[in-house]
Design a protein around this ligand. Structure first.
Ligand code: NAG
Length: 319
């Protein structure tokens, strides 16, 4: 009997010990978890906001794109994620261009643009066929390419950024505006004697005012146009206003009625944007966008850094 009682006591002791062990582990674990949770709740404050920059990389113009990316990257401390957009057959080349240069340290995603969405929306008889490059229309489809961000920057591949991109990103978009652009009339031109300048800073330079559909818009032909080569956009508002659908509607109308001006210097992507965003966009500080620096082609064989210094030499006046 005494033996049984002894065994019982030992068992009870062991049981208590085990319970204590379990309890200790539990408390300790929650403490550890809580600690980790604390760490996590701290980090979003510490981490700066990610700035998404969308830029296209067309075959034959990779050097320009890399120079643009490099110019952004080397002038900012901001936390940027580059969305480099290309057609399917160039995606691996884009990756090589980035990973085999000093740009390998950038944070980037390569995004495929499928030009099938443009089917039936582009006239084959444009006065400047090189502007029919499908990637010119990537800016129409921003919300389809970018999902995690509300505010997005889009840049043409022929830009060199000499300021801190953070300041451009901080451009305020008025409530109800899906995008900000710089007005053409504000733009300091690098070549004041460019013969096209006069024509190209009004709606008349982009739309054919002899067409009833255009006249019916009620937009004065002398309205200052804007340049969609640099865009700060609000994806929430863009989706809410169905901007992409509206742009596609005007592309289709152009196929049917040939609505764009035949002088069309600024590109086929500009005209529908001028219509859709008329009176509904915020403005970017004009210093952020200087035109007429030239789009000379022939840039493709050049090393991006060499190109950047070359182009930069031409743009010392920028800031
Ligand atoms: C984007 O638009 C939405 C809807 O109008 C608005 O609530 C939000 O504040 C805007 N965000 C920015 C960064 O402008």
């Amino acid at each position: 009997m005494a033996l049984l009682r002894k065994i019982n006591q030992v068992l009870l002791f062991l049981l208590v010990l085990t319970l204590c062990g379990i309890l200790y582990k539990k408390v300790h674990k929650t403490a550890v978890l809580k600690h980790e949770a604390d760490d996590e709740s701290e980090s979003p404050e510490d981490m700066e906001e990610e700035i998404p920059v969308v830029i296209c990389a067309a075959a034959g113009r990779m050097g320009a794109t890399m120079a643009a990316i490099n110019s952004i990257h080397s002038n900012t401390d901001a936390n940027i994620v580059f969305y480099v957009v290309g057609l399917r057959n160039t995606l691996s080349r884009i990756r090589k261009w980035i990973e085999h240069s000093k740009l390998k340290e950038i944070n980037f995603k390569i995004v495929e643009f499928n030009p099938v969405v443009l089917k039936g929306k582009i006239r084959p008889d444009s006065p400047r066929p090189e502007l029919l490059q499908p990637l010119n229309f990537v800016r129409f489809y921003l919300p389809l390419l970018i999902h995690q961000h509300e505010k997005v920057i889009y840049l043409d591949d022929d830009v060199i950024v000499q300021g801190d991109i953070q300041e451009l990103y901080d451009t305020t978009l008025a409530l109800g505006h899906a995008a900000a652009f710089s007005d053409d009339c504000d733009l300091p031109s690098a070549q004041d004697n460019n013969r096209l300048v006069g024509l190209q800073n009004t709606y008349m330079g982009y739309l054919d005012y002899r067409k009833k559909t255009i006249k019916d818009l009620g937009i004065s032909p002398s309205t200052c146009s804007f340049n969609p080569g640099v865009i700060v956009a609000n994806m929430t508002e863009w989706k809410h206003q169905r901007i992409t659908k509206q742009l596609e509607k005007w592309m289709q109308k152009n196929v049917e009625e040939n609505l764009y001006s035949s002088s069309l210097g600024g590109g086929v992507a500009t005209s529908p944007m001028l219509i859709v965003f008329h009176g509904k966009y915020s403005t970017i500080n004009p210093l952020w966008h200087i035109r007429h620096l030239g789009d000379q082609g022939g840039q493709k064989a050049m090393d991006p850094l060499e190109l950047q210094s070359l182009v930069a030499d031409n743009c010392l006046k920028w800031f």
